[in-house]
Every structure is written in C-alpha cells, then in structure tokens.
Write a protein that binds this ligand. Structure first.
Ligand SMILES: Cc1cc2nc3c(=O)[nH]c(=O)nc-3n(C[C@H](O)[C@H](O)[C@H](O)COP(=O)(O)O)c2cc1C
Length: 446
C-alpha cells in the first residue's frame, strides 16, 4: 500500500509566508509550539527547520520581510522538546561553517532527550555571502564542500553510536562496575583532510543509531552524497519531468553504495491550497501568491539573479533586457543552475505564455509548486506522485502562519487515511521508525 511521508516546514523567516494571525512573529516560541503541536496531532513524520546564517540583504540593506530576524534551528527544536512526544525534529545545519564537535554534541543531545527523534538536514552552502560572517569569504572550493561533509558524517556516525544509554542503565541495574560501560565507549578516530577528531564523545545514544540524516543539494556531487549517506533529501523538484528525473537519477545512485532505493526518501517542499471546488482553490492560490509577490520581493528576486541593483525596476514591466552579471549574479540556492540559465528559462516561459511583466512571470514560476484543489483532489494527487515515483512524500510549506497547514490536517489527511496512505497514530517512537528505517536494536528497545 502506498504511504506518503509528510513533514511540516516552519519558515525560518517570513519571506514567502504571509503572517496572518499571530501577534508576534516567526521567532515567537508560541507560534512554533502551535505549529509543532498541530503537526503532531496530525501524526506528521517531522517538523522541519530551515537555516540561514545571515539575513538576506539587497544592496547592503536587510530585506524588508527578513526584519524579524531568524532564530537558531537547533535551539528552536530544543524548546519544542517539552511540547512534543513523537514527531521528528529536523534542523538544517551547515557543514561548511560549523565545528563538528559543537554541532554534533548539540544534535546528539536533542536526539538523546527526544529519544531518537532528531535529524540533521545537512547543507553545505559555500557562498561568500554566508562566509563573510565567519571571516572566511567563499571558504572551501565548491568541489571540496562535500568532502568536508563526508568526513563530518563519518564522525557523526562514530560519535553517535560510540556508546549507549542502556549500557549504563544495565550496569546500574546489575550492580556491574560502571567501568565496564566506560571501557565499552569507542574512541573516535577520524583523520581527514578537513576534520580530525580523536577521544570519546560525551553524549550517549539512546537508539544505537545516528540521528536521521537529510541533505539538501541538487548538483551531481550533492546527489552522490545523498545516495551514499543520507536517509532523506529535501529537493526542489515537486512535480512533472524535473521530479521524475531527479527521483530516477538520485535513486539510481544508491546501488553503487550497496543500498536499496527505499533507504533514501525524496521529499520536496509543497504548498497546498484547499477549496470547496478546484476553481475556488486555484483562485485562492492566485490571491495568496499575488499578496506574497510585493514590489519589493519581485525587485529583490530579479536583483539576486541578475547580480545588479534593480530596485528601480517596474515590477509590472518586462524582465531586464540585458543578461545577468556572471560575476555577482545567482544568489540563490543551487549552483547547478547558472544565473544565465535562469534568465533564459524565465524569458522562454514569458515568451511561451505571452507574459508582459516580471510579476506575472514570477507568479507562474512560484505557482508551479502550489497544489490547489479540493481535499480529495489534493490527496489523490499526492498519492499519484508517490505511486508514479516522482517523490516519497512532501515537506508541507505553509502559505500563511501560523494556521496555514491546518486545512491540510483537517481536510486532506483524513482523505489520505481513508485511502490507507497515512497513519492514524504513530506506530513507533523514533523518526527512523516513522520512516520505516528502524533497526533491530530499536525494535528491541521498544
Ligand atoms: C530544497 C533546498 C533547500 C535548501 N535549504 C537551505 C537552507 O535552509 N539553508 C541553507 O543554508 N542552504 C539551503 N540549501 C542549499 C544547500 O545547502 C546547498 O548549499 C546548495 O543546494 C548547493 O548544493 P548543490 O550544489 O549540491 O546543489 C537548500 C537547497 C535545496 C535544494
């Protein structure tokens, strides 16, 4: 039977998400608690925190919709430990600009305290803009980033399986000398080109398994990395031929690492808008996109791709007639796509559809990731995308905070449940278990 994996994205900063009802902001802990509680009541697999190590800015000014700031992903998850019991807790964390011992200790602590619910969404983002924060500029050449990330993961695996909480508990119960479990602690030994570590790890594991590993990257190196190490991929490819290609290509890379394809879950972000009829849902989706596409957002997005200050551009006029600056353009996620390729694609779409304005074009580009339909239509489409091997599930991105995903929980999930595609209660206690990746050891522990 087809199962759809579902996570809830908690936007790190408002950006594309409209703030509809909460008195505070995205950094208000009550908002995060509400979103986590509702997601857990709906039995979602996980809540997902993105990360940004620097607030985005254009021409030296922090972008208007980022002015609330951005809280640290791991600390946010730590505060949610007390208000959740089963849902997975995924933090996006950078492997290029962090120190392994600190990051792994904090991650392992969340995994310990949540009893196996923590996950790391590993990102490498080696852009000089982020790097300036660390006085490192564009530290680590593009082709070295995944080298450091691989050493990081080797250390993650050694550290988080080096000793276990139940060894200590067993020793205490049987009055065995604690020195026995002390000697059972394996020493870490990673001597790589980027990371060197020895000694013991201070945090015991509760499951005997490392925290679940997500990865977000799109390049061939990124796909290989995911195929070798990750349990899940956060991808941009949510529908159509690009999703089919990404799914087929990424999954086909697992065999060379001796892994079955089911070991890696492909999970793109998806915005859902539900209506009483499909037409009503589409109209609401257009309304939401046009609210989010403020003049400032349009100018900023074009400035980022073209690499020049376009703050005087008329959003209701055409795209810039000149090409992006290859030196400074392309301040967006994937380096697999060049600024010129993006501009060419946008021009092609504008020509094909007869769009005369940047606003209309961007509404088309961003509308592509929105699934607008009746609850039944949304559920059936989700299942169809899993069955046709486009995705293994979705990371639901709210259009509005804080209540933006409630219509999915209230209307779509019952439809999924009716079709046997989603759980009615948690069957396991760990995120690895929710994904069906549970180990024999975890089963024994339950
Ligand atoms: C869907 C998706 C989401 C991402 N989210 C983040 C994020 O929240 N924070 C971040 O620093 N980088 C994020 N990244 C960027 C990745 O870290 C990575 O640097 C980038 O994709 C380049 O890797 P690649 O060349 O393999 O694509 C994201 C990438 C993708 C594809």
């Amino acid at each position: 039977m087809t199962r759809v994996i579902l996570g809830a994205l908690y936007p790190g900063q408002p950006g594309w998400t409209r703030w509809n009802d909460a008195p505070g902001s995205v950094i208000d802990i009550d908002a995060a608690r509400y979103v986590a509680r509702r997601a857990e009541e709906a039995h979602l697999d996980f809540i997902f925190m993105p990360e940004g190590l620097r607030l985005l800015e254009t021409a030296g000014l922090i972008d208007e919709d980022k002015l609330t700031g951005r809280a640290d992903a791991l600390t946010m998850l730590a505060t949610l430990l007390g208000s959740t019991e089963r849902i997975g807790l995924v933090a996006t964390l950078n492997s290029t600009y962090s120190e392994p011992r600190d990051l792994l200790r904090e991650l392992a602590t969340i995994d310990l305290l949540s009893e196996g619910r923590a996950a790391w969404n590993l990102v490498t983002s080696n852009d000089a803009f982020t790097g300036e924060n660390f006085r490192r500029g564009g530290y680590l050449a593009y082709d070295e980033r995944y080298g450091r990330a691989a050493e990081y993961v080797a250390l993650l695996r050694q550290a988080t399986t080096s000793w276990q909480l139940d060894d200590i508990i067993a020793d205490t119960a049987t009055d065995r000398p604690l020195t026995e479990s002390a000697t059972a602690r394996r020493h870490l030994d990673v001597r790589g080109a980027y990371i060197c570590h020895a000694g013991t790890f201070p945090v015991p594991s509760v499951t005997g398994q490392p925290p679940v590993l997500f990865q977000a990257g799109d390049s061939p190196d990124g796909r290989d990395f995911a195929a070798q190490w990750a349990d899940a991929v956060f991808s941009h490819h949510v529908s159509g031929p690009s999703a089919a290609e990404f799914y087929r290509d990424t999954k086909s890379r697992l065999a060379q690492f001796g892994r079955p394809e089911s070991d890696l879950k492909i999970l793109p972000a998806l915005k859902v808008v539900v209506g009483a009829t499909k037409a009503e849902a589409i109209e609401r989706a257009h309304e939401l996109i046009s609210v989010q596409l403020s003049d400032e957002v349009i100018r900023r997005e074009l400035s980022a791709v073209w690499g020049v200050d376009l703050s005087n551009l008329d959003p209701d006029g055409p795209l810039p007639p000149f090409d992006p600056d290859p030196g400074t353009g392309g301040k967006f996620y994937s380096e697999a796509t060049t600024p010129q390729q993006t501009a060419d694609r946008w021009r092609r779409i504008s020509a094909e559809h007869g769009y005369r304005s940047a606003r209309r074009l961007l509404a088309h580009v961003h509308g592509g990731s929105v699934l607008a339909d009746t609850a039944t239509g949304v559920a059936e489409e989700m299942i169809a995308r899993v069955e046709t091997h486009l995705v293994d599930g979705f990371i639901l991105a709210p259009s509005e905070l804080t209540t933006g995903l409630d219509e999915v929980y209230d209307l779509v999930i019952p439809e999924l449940v009716d079709r046997g595609a989603f759980r009615t209660d948690y069957e396991t206690t760990t995120l690895r278990g929710h994904f069906g990746l549970s180990s024999a050891r975890e089963e024994a522990l339950r």
